[in-house]
Design a protein around this ligand. Structure first.
Ligand code: FES
Ligand SMILES: [Fe+2]
Length: 343
């Protein structure tokens, strides 16, 4: 059965890194990709393999939107079409002669997305909530995790690890019981936490000084996106979107977008610096634990033991397993449950 993972949109590059004269080599789901901008400045993503003798196109050069292969100089335009074969026709530009392996790509919200199938399951990539709302400021981080898509997304919406891995920075161990409603429908999992107040670690004094219950909702959108919302007392709010791009079976790139509204603090230059620094610390801690986890999995295999506190993990991995087996997530039964666990 063919995996359905290739029918989704994945970030292949940030818009800002793909200047007109750049050629990028990327990899998604084990597919080698070359990325460049065509004559109309629109991005083009192709298999990183020349049609002629299989040279790596990403080692070629782009000029005025045309990509030249480094081996015999075949030239491709921004639609992925072959437009010149120097040894056959001389250097003059010829008619479009062939269609190469170009993939669908869309530039949106500062990212270039690609779909490796000609039948994407959605017409557009996920739109990040509040991304275009001027009230919010933004911080973006990009990191490589040596672990699978499933283990990365599980981590990004896992609460119990935070008191151990991120102790102090993000959450303190309090031995408090947390309750949540978990709902799964059509590849979307929504988790609404009901009684959270002790989760802001060393910045609690600023973010939640009276230790009131705050709004906390986690979302997972199949196959690779998590979106976490914290709404603090007053109007302050921050949202973290993590897009995990599976590079191979054991490596992922994670694009983290933090949108925040901290009132007047939004305009203080220190705020952005601090959020970026704290977020990177948290991500470094997750990378450490996940990289180690993968070394153990490689040695002993991935066999997990699970309790009822792992319900969310169970739901996400069921969805990813279904996709790997060629099943669309809406084929799985809808679920709605309450969970409690201790943090
Ligand atoms: S291999 Fe690309 S032009 Fe020959
Ligand atoms: Fe974490």
């Amino acid at each position: 059965m063919n995996s359905l993972l290739q029918h989704y949109w994945y970030i292949v590059a940030e818009s800002s890194e793909l200047t007109a004269d750049k050629v990028l080599a990327r990899q998604i789901l084990d597919e080698w990709l070359v990325v460049f901008r065509g004559e109309d400045n629109k991005p083009c993503v192709m298999r990183d393999k020349c049609l002629h003798r299989c040279a790596r196109l990403s080692k070629g050069e782009v000029s005025k939107g045309l990509l030249t292969c480094p081996y015999h100089g075949w030239v491709y335009n921004g639609k992925g079409q072959l437009v010149s074969v120097p040894a056959h026709f001389g250097q003059r530009k010829e008619e479009v002669m062939n269609v190469s392996h170009a993939f669908a790509c869309i530039e949106q919200e500062g990212y270039i997305y690609v779909c490796l199938s000609n039948k994407p399951l959605a017409s557009k990539p996920y739109a990040m909530p509040q991304f275009n709302n001027g009230r919010y400021k933004k911080v973006r981080l990009v990191n490589v995790f040596n672990n699978t898509l499933a283990n990365c997304v599980e981590n990004f919406i896992d609460i119990p690890h935070t008191a151990f891995v991120h102790q102090g920075i993000f959450r303190k161990k309090a031995n408090e019981q947390i309750k949540a409603k978990v709902k799964r429908e059509n590849g979307h999992i929504q988790i609404d936490y009901e009684n959270e107040k002790n989760n802001l670690g060393s910045f609690s004094w600023l973010l939640n000084p009276k230790k009131k219950v705050i709004f906390h909702q986690d979302n997972y959108y199949a196959p690779n996106i998590t979106h976490v919302i914290y709404r603090l007392t007053g109007k302050w709010e921050y949202r973290i979107t993590s897009q995990t791009v599976p590079i191979t079976n054991e490596t992922s790139i994670v694009y983290t977008e933090i949108c925040y509204d901290f009132g007047l603090w939004n305009y203080h230059p220190f705020t952005k610096w601090l959020i970026k620094r704290q977020a990177q610390k948290v991500i470094d801690q997750d990378m450490n634990i996940l990289n180690d986890q993968m070394t153990v999995i490689k040695k002993y295999g991935q066999k997990f033991s699970t309790t009822s506190a792992d319900l969310i993990h169970h739901y996400t991995s069921e969805i990813i397993d279904a996709l790997n087996n060629g099943l669309e997530p809406q084929m799985l039964p809808d679920q709605e449950k309450e969970i409690t666990f201790w943090v």
